[in-house]
Structure formats: C-alpha cells, structure tokens
Design a protein around this ligand. Structure first.
Ligand SMILES: C[S@@+](CC[C@H](N)C(=O)[O-])C[C@H]1O[C@@H](n2cnc3c(N)ncnc32)[C@H](O)[C@@H]1O
Length: 440
C-alpha cells in the first residue's frame, strides 16, 4: 500500500466518535428534511469519510449509491463536486432525490408558491381527484377535498421541475394530514376519537411545508454555489437519479470509483417498510411526473414495493438458496442452522435477504473501477432473539468475491431515524461502517 493510502486509512480511523455518532448534526443539514423518508443517513457522519476518500482518489470522483433512499449520500457527494449516480426501487425515493439534486432558484420557487396558493384559495370545487381502495379510511373527506385543490394547482404548473418540487411538499403534507400514524412506518390508523378531534388543515400544512422546503433547498444550493460547483444555473458535474431494482441491474453504462451506501438490514416487511411508508403519498402523485420507466405496479397494494425489495420475493426453493449462500457465509449458516420449525421459517427470510444482497453486490462490482472504495453502513438486528451479524456476513460475502477489507469503524445510532417502537427492539443501537477496496 502506498504512503498516501496509508495516511488516508490513518485519517479515517482517527475520525472522532462524536462525528461518527452524529452528535454535531443539525436537523436542517443538507436539505435532508424536505421529506421525512425512513432511515436516512446523517450527512455529517458520512461527510468526513467521503472527504478523505475523495483525497485518495485525487478529488476526481464518480460516486454510486445503489440503495439511494433519501439521497443524502448523493447530496454530500455533490458538496464535494463529484459525479453522482443513485438508484432505488421506491418511486418516492426517486422523486425526492430528483428534487434534492436539481438546481432551483429561490425566485422561481417563491413565484410558483404564490401561484399555487392563489389557485387553491380560489378553488371552490369539492371534486376528489384520486380514487383508491379505502381512501375514506386513510383520509377524512375534508382533507381529500383540500388535497385535491393542491393536486389541481400543482398539475396546472407548466414546468415539470417545479411540479416535482411541490409533489414532494404534497407528499410530506399527506404524511402529516392522513389518518395514518406518523410514529411508525407501517400503515396503522389513528384511533377514531383522535381522527374526529384533530384540528388539521391540508392547505395550511402544505403552505408551511413548502416554505420550509424552499428555505432548505435554497440553503443547500447556496453551499453548492459557494463551493464553485454551479455554473449557468446548473451543477457542473453529472447527476443521475434512476429508478431500478439493484438486485436485477444497475441501470447505467458508467463506471465509478467510490460507492457509498446504507442498504436495508433485512427484508422490508420485518425491518423498515419503506414501501408502506410511501403508499399513501404515491396515490396522489402522477407516475408520469416521477419516471416513465417505472415498471412495478406500486399502487396495487400497500405491500407491492416492499415485496419487490431485497428479500421480499420468493423466487427459488429455500434449499437452493441455502446451498448457494451458506458456502459464502459461515456466519449466516451457523445462525440459521440453530433454529427449527417456526423459528427456522423466520430465519429463512434472513437467508433470502442475504442472497438478494449478495446478488445485488454482483451487479455493482462490475461497475466499480480498479482501486475503487466501497463504503457500507450496516447494522445488526435480532431475529428469534438472536443477533444476525450483518456486518460479519457482509465481510464474508465480499471476501468470497475477492474484495478485501480496507478498514472499518463503529458508530452509535443517536439521530438516524429509526423505525417505530414495534420494530425498535429488533434493531441494534450500533452500526458498522465497513470500507472495502477493490484492487482488480
Ligand atoms: C437505508 S435506505 C437508504 C438510505 C440512504 N442511504 C439515505 O441516506 O437516505 C435503503 C433503501 O434501499 C432501497 N431498496 C431496497 N431494495 C431495493 C432494491 N432491490 N433495489 C433498489 N433499492 C432497494 C429502499 O427502497 C430504501 O430506500
């Protein structure tokens, strides 16, 4: 290893635990709060690692996040002037990430906001614009009428980029005004007494969300401008935000020298239900305004996205999956083999998840250049009251592929948004940041 690389490793290992634990982070950091997407990475935690690896790569970086989520990794990469590429299976992640990586001028947003507000105020129609099973369970009639006014106003905007910005504000408004509890990511109705006594206006909520989002996006864009990464109202490097199933392919011909990601910790149904979280907002946002290439029927049921995500689908017989993946990870084999009957069935879900994770790594590695770095933030979890050592398993999967460990760090999860109480006990309070280096 050359001296420069040794120094980089030393500098990464010297990052303080306060920084890694996210103790200094601010809620408004990096436009991250325009929509409360589940399990967002804290930018200030990743930033020093990204910065030091950028140095190792002579500040000429093409960054890939194959599980992009709320795109905080891409946004951090853009602060350092990197080419960035993100992919996710959840259409709501795509919309949110498109907005967070686009250049907006504050004037165009404020003008559009004024137009939208005056349209919604003068709109006396009581027509409800969307229809889906159980709409009356999830939204009161008043909220449906108010959301429809906002919907019509956004649709009347000429510019797609402006519509996208306000669809995100509508998504957050839906999260806050539906009858679904905000305390869990799984859909769970509020008690009926609470629904009846809530004093809530979708129009007022939309107004305050829009104002906050305009401020957060403008603050972030001014950082990009200050850092010299914007010319002629455009980010100077490439940004790609792509809908896709990482277990099937990474949808680009480009190659990368840095991968930074935080994958799911297990199948969505038993860890974080990103899909259920997105189900109600996505009912109100036209697909053609997100991405026409989306091929999953994500509006069919509240489980559609989660079933298509890592570990969600039963594609092969469990014996065949075990045969393949146990050879790659002794830790997984040992974990699963201790269980019988019902417990074994639960453990099999872990096997399917790890198998999907493994095959998605096979889709990423050919896109990674020689001497590239891969940074994985992953936590362990409990299944059948035993620890699934995701960190060890991931290291074994990479070792099997001949990709060596560069270094690893541990952090305490203080501020990363965790699932609600039902799931909390299944997740650990620590996670690992594991850095691999691909040398061939
Ligand atoms: C922990 S989140 C990523 C958080 C992100 N790094 C951030 O900073 O916000 C994991 C993401 O993986 C996505 N995902 C799960 N299965 C996927 C698949 N098969 N293909 C692409 N994305 C997937 C989920 O939709 C979710 O957004």
């Amino acid at each position: 290893m050359n001296k420069n690389i040794k120094n980089i490793k030393r500098n990464i290992n010297a990052i303080s635990s306060e920084t890694l634990n996210g103790e200094n982070y601010s809620r408004n950091d990096f436009a991250r709060s325009i929509l409360n997407y589940p399990a967002m990475m804290v930018p200030s935690v990743q930033e020093p690692i990204i910065e030091k690896l950028s140095e190792a790569l002579n500040n000429n970086v093409s960054l890939l996040d194959p599980f992009m989520g709320a795109s905080n990794t891409l946004v951090t990469g853009m602060k350092y002037g990197m080419n960035v590429f993100g992919q996710d299976i959840n259409p709501l992640s795509i919309l949110l990430s498109q907005v967070k990586t686009t250049f907006y001028s504050i004037e165009e947003l404020v003008d559009a906001e004024k137009r939208l507000i005056s349209l919604t105020i003068s709109d006396n129609s009581e027509i409800v614009e969307v229809a889906f099973v159980n709409i009356d369970k999830w939204f009161t009639k008043n909220i449906q009428i108010e959301l429809s006014k906002i919907y019509r106003a956004i649709r009347s905007e000429q510019s797609l980029k402006i519509r996208k910005f306000f669809w995100v504000a509508l998504a957050e408004t839906i999260r806050l005004t539906s009858n679904d509890r905000t305390s869990t990511f799984k859909m769970h109705m509020r008690p009926i007494e609470e629904i009846n006594s809530r004093q809530i206006s979708a129009l007022k909520t939309f107004l305050s969300v829009s104002k906050k989002n305009i401020k957060n996006i403008s603050d972030y864009i001014s950082v990009l401008v200050q850092n010299g990464h914007v010319e002629n109202d455009k980010y100077i490097k490439n940004v790609d935000v792509v809908w896709g199933d990482t277990n099937a392919e990474i949808r680009t011909d480009k190659s990368f020298n840095l991968l930074v990601t935080s994958p799911p910790y297990g199948d969505n149904q038993t860890t974080v239900t990103y899909g259920q979280f997105s189900y109600l907002p996505l009912q109100w946002i036209p697909i053609e305004d997100i991405d026409k290439s989306i091929t999953i029927d994500y509006l069919k049921t509240a489980q559609s996205i989660d079933n298509k995500s890592l570990g969600g689908e039963i594609k092969e017989h469990i014996k065949d999956v075990e045969y393949k993946v146990f050879e790659k990870s002794k830790t997984l084999k040992k974990f699963v083999s201790q269980f019988k009957e019902e417990e074994r069935k639960r453990a099999e879900k872990v096997t399917r998840f790890i198998n999907d994770l493994d095959s998605s790594i096979d889709k990423m590695l050919p896109k990674m250049e020689k001497d590239s770095f891969l940074v994985w933030t992953i936590g362990n979890r409990n299944v059948n009251k035993q620890i699934v050592q995701n960190d060890l398993i991931l290291k074994e999967l990479f070792a099997y592929k001949g990709v060596g460990l560069f270094t690893d760090l541990e952090r305490e999860i203080l501020s990363k948004r965790m699932p609600g109480r039902n799931n909390f006990s299944n997740m650990m309070s620590k996670e690992k940041i594991i850095i691999f280096k691909k040398t061939n």
